[in-house]
Write a protein that binds this ligand. Structure first.
Ligand SMILES: Nc1nc2c(c(=O)[nH]1)N[C@H]1C(S)=C(S)[C@@H](COP(=O)(O)OP(=O)(O)OC[C@H]3O[C@@H](n4cnc5c(N)ncnc54)[C@H](O)[C@@H]3O)O[C@H]1N2
Ligand code: MOO
Length: 406
């Protein structure tokens, strides 16, 4: 086990040991949020022919020599093959229509005086250069060019690209199957009755399950809740590992006598890559990988630590396992409003909320404010936050700091 001084180093070391999924074909209406396993190729040139970028007139540059009005010989409309160009005449053309053979440029209609059967060129049109307002065949992509690379996350924007090139389905990586184990004798659902003062509702299960269910490239498999018992924990972990690619646990990861998570993991032949990182909250976090490349993430039980840890560590690791090339996060930088706090020798994750008009304060970065919090058990501050900023060791003040939104 190495001592990592940055959460990103720990994430990288764990990511290296994780498996990638098999692949299958999926229809385009199911693809958003999934990861392409094969390149998408252009099935034809884009555009497929030279087309007009403007509503106007298809001309030869020699037409500018004409002193008087030039006749309009016909129309090129979108959805039809163009008529031929006739000498000493222009064709009316519409955006997206194929330009006729012999057309050297398109002049916007605003740069002409339009009569019923002819046009005159305004002086603004006379600077038109060859090819002006013509989108050339293949200028976006040639047939068989790669237009979307394997490993990219499918978005509504990339669906547009796929469908344009005739891909109504794509080869994608299988979803990452994830199970969750929460621990603790004090924790239960308590839906019908009220918990006693020494009991707690299972907020970690609710937070992490909902986070996992919001990721399209993840399939949530199961949630087990275990009492603080070594054998039932080991039994649950064995079952979860047999049916999942990643298992997240909360609680039981620290130094207590009943903290069995670190104790049972070596029994599964898994390598503990880190146990304890210089972060607050979440210091006791544990990351392990099995020989088959499955992920075990042991999150501390405190609700803020568990939720922050899942967001900070699970998200990129699941992106990696789902086959995404660009799986590391690129968090935006934000400034912290009213940032009177001491620096600590840890990476401090501070819960933050929006600030009204955060972009109007003459600063380059958006501004957020710290949510007052009494620590990693403060579920009120957790619920009022929009995410957290991460302040590096020895730093304090307004930043800017990387921001991780929920
Ligand atoms: N001697 C030490 N004690 C502790 C250390 C340490 O370094 N040395 N670290 C502290 C830190 S930091 C944290 S964080 C906690 C994490 O401990 P565990 O992961 O073992 O968590 P638990 O003790 O099981 O629970 C902590 C806390 O969270 C509540 N909890 C647990 N599960 C849930 C759940 N599913 N939903 C809601 N709340 C939950 C639990 O009742 C406890 O209050 O250890 C410190 N101690
Ligand atoms: O760092 Mo522990 O995560 O709750 O306070």
């Amino acid at each position: 086990m190495t001592d990592f001084n940055h959460p990103n180093r720990a994430i990288d070391a764990l990511a290296e040991r994780l498996l990638r999924r098999e692949t299958h074909q999926l229809e385009s209406d199911q693809l958003v949020g999934r990861v392409l396993a094969s390149d998408v190729l252009a099935d034809r040139d884009s555009p497929a022919a030279d087309v007009s970028a403007m509503d106007g007139y298809a001309i030869r540059l020699s037409d500018f020599g004409s002193r008087s009005a030039v006749p309009i010989a016909g129309e090129c409309v979108a959805g039809e093959a163009p008529p031929p160009m006739i000498p000493n005449a222009v064709l009316r053309i519409f955006t997206g229509a194929v330009v006729p053979d012999g057309c050297e440029a398109v002049v916007k209609r605003e740069d002409t005086i339009e009569h019923e059967h002819s046009i005159e060129f305004l002086s603004s049109a006379r600077n038109a250069s060859p090819g002006e307002h013509i989108r050339r065949a293949g200028e976006n992509a040639k047939t068989n060019d790669c237009v979307l690379a394997a490993g990219s996350l499918v978005t509504p924007a990339s669906i547009a690209t796929m469908v344009n090139f005739g891909s109504y389905s794509a080869n994608v990586f299988d979803q990452v199957r994830v199970s969750l184990i929460t621990t603790g004798n004090e924790v239960d659902r308590f839906e019908q009755e009220s918990p006693r003062p020494w009991q707690l509702r299972n907020s970690n299960a609710a937070a992490i399950e909902s986070m996992l269910r919001s990721i399209a490239s993840v399939r949530f498999i199961d949630h087990h809740h275990c009492r603080d018992d070594r054998f039932s924990l080991a039994e649950s972990l064995e079952k979860c590992l047999s049916e999942s690619d990643a298992v997240f646990l909360t609680g039981g990861v620290s130094q207590g006598d009943y903290d069995y998570v670190p104790k049972i993991i070596p029994g599964f032949g898994a390598e503990i890559v880190f146990h304890g990182l210089p972060i607050r909250p979440g210091k006791p976090i544990l990351g392990a990988a099995t020989r088959a490349g499955k992920l075990i993430l042991g999150l501390p039980g405190n609700p803020v630590s568990a939720t922050v840890g899942a967001r900070r560590f699970a998200r990129p690791l699941l992106a990696k396992m789902s086959g995404q090339n660009d799986w590391r996060e690129h968090p935006p930088q934000v400034r912290l409003h009213d940032s009177a706090s001491k620096s600590l020798p840890l990476h401090v994750m501070r819960l933050v909320r929006h600030v009204e008009n955060s972009f109007e304060q003459g600063k380059e970065n958006a501004v957020v404010a710290a949510v007052p919090s009494l620590g990693s058990g403060d579920l009120v501050s957790l619920g009022q936050s929009i995410g957290f900023v991460e302040i590096p060791p020895g730093h304090s003040g307004e930043g800017p700091w990387p921001f991780f939104a929920w």
